[in-house]
Design a protein around this ligand. Structure first.
Ligand SMILES: [Zn+2]
Length: 377
């Protein structure tokens, strides 16, 4: 099932919305309509309350988006590659596929988001103050005061020192600047981020146990956010290590040499029995001798009439292998890593001079990093 949709582009950057964000937006609108709006405008029609709650929810959405756009704008100025912005249940995230070039770049990029949120909070507070002068508008100023508070909270939360939150990035930039080593800085910042996440989990458990009646929901959120931040800190560490490491290693050094290919001369029936039924894969490379001819996909086989399977040769159902599914053996490992992380491809075919020489999966990359960590090489 699809989990995210691209809703548009800003500064050329695609904006994705995750399914979890849509669920969150619906819940938030309901909570605002029945709580906040009910308290502010008890006499107003229900339809109006819901509409205003939806508008407030959209304003919150724009606030989060502006925070991430500020990060991306600076990142682009600092020559980092920005892949997109994702909005999901805990807010937003700017997806960068390259590391900052210097501690100063990282610092500029990290402070841009919270500064933008503080700016939006200031504008919302000013609007709230001016609306408050018009008494006939009733409690309308409260809506902007609420928005100002939310943006202030957004800035404050992101400035917490748990990497990869903005505060943690500022911390890493300072470490990087003082040690002159990105890896060491990331290792320390990531450990601090994981400890911070663990601290939130512990605090959540404490709140829930101390007074289950009032603290259970609050505690649950702390545990969830702490868990998420701890995981994100670990993942960022792995990503930085991998980026540093794979920029120096060619694909042929990491790949799996045992690769399964289907000879173009076998029948479709043999391909189904001998390959697709044994390994549930979306496609297999097809070869003539060892020369790559293309691929045969499960999707294509499914569309072929069943009675033709025995008489039809695989070469008659072969399709060309899309660029995203293969990588050259001499290519730098970082290119393969980005390909595997980026577009939903789980397994790359490794090709040298038109011949299939291996395959590369995320697990191969993980194993390689793992073994290097054990051997400390
Ligand atoms: Zn941020």
């Amino acid at each position: 099932m699809r989990r995210n949709w691209t809703i548009g582009r800003l500064l050329g950057i695609p904006i994705d919305i995750d399914l979890s964000w849509i669920a969150m937006a619906v819940l938030l609108t309901a909570a605002l309509a029945t709580g906040f709006m009910e308290r502010l405008f008890p006499l107003l029609d229900t339809r109006w309350k819901w509409s205003m709650a939806a508008v407030l929810c959209v304003l919150l959405f724009i606030s989060i988006l502006l925070h991430e756009v500020a990060h991306c704008w600076v990142a682009q100025k600092e020559q980092m590659q920005v892949d997109g912005i994702s909005l999901f249940v805990f807010g937003g995230v700017a997806k960068l596929s390259s590391e900052p070039r210097s501690p100063v770049s990282e610092m500029k990029m990290a402070v841009a988001g919270p500064l933008m949120s503080l700016g939006v909070a200031g504008v919302a507070a000013a609007l709230s103050w001016s609306l408050g002068l018009f008494t006939f508008l009733g409690e309308a100023d409260e809506i902007f005061r609420y928005l100002a508070r939310l943006n202030f909270f957004l800035a404050a939360f992101n400035l917490l020192p748990g990497f990869p939150l903005d505060g943690g990035r500022i911390f890493r930039a300072l470490l990087w600047w003082s040690t002159n080593d990105l890896l060491t800085a990331t290792r320390i910042a990531s450990s601090a981020g994981q400890a911070f996440g663990l601290g939130l989990v512990a605090l959540g458990c404490y709140l829930a146990v101390r007074s289950p009646a009032t603290g259970l929901v609050q505690g649950f959120w702390f545990v969830l956010i702490g868990w998420f931040l701890g995981g994100a800190a670990r993942l960022s560490m792995e990503q930085t290590v991998a980026y540093k490491l794979f920029a120096r290693v060619p694909v042929c050094d990491i790949m799996n040499r045992a690769v399964e290919v289907i000879p173009s001369t076998v029948s479709v029936q043999e391909a189904v029995d001998g390959y697709f039924l044994r390994r549930p894969r979306p496609f297999f490379p097809v070869v003539d001798g060892s020369e790559l001819k293309g691929m045969i996909t499960l999707h294509r086989v499914r569309k072929l009439p069943r009675e033709k399977w025995c008489e039809m040769c695989v070469s008659e159902a072969v399709e060309s292998l899309p660029n995203r599914e293969w990588v050259a053996a001499d290519e730098n490992g970082l290119v393969a890593l980005k390909q595997l992380m980026g577009n939903g491809t789980t397994r790359l075919v490794v090709v040298r001079d038109g011949e299939v020489v291996g395959s590369l999966e995320r697990a191969d990359i993980r194993n390689y990093v793992h073994v290097r960590n054990i051997l400390k090489v």
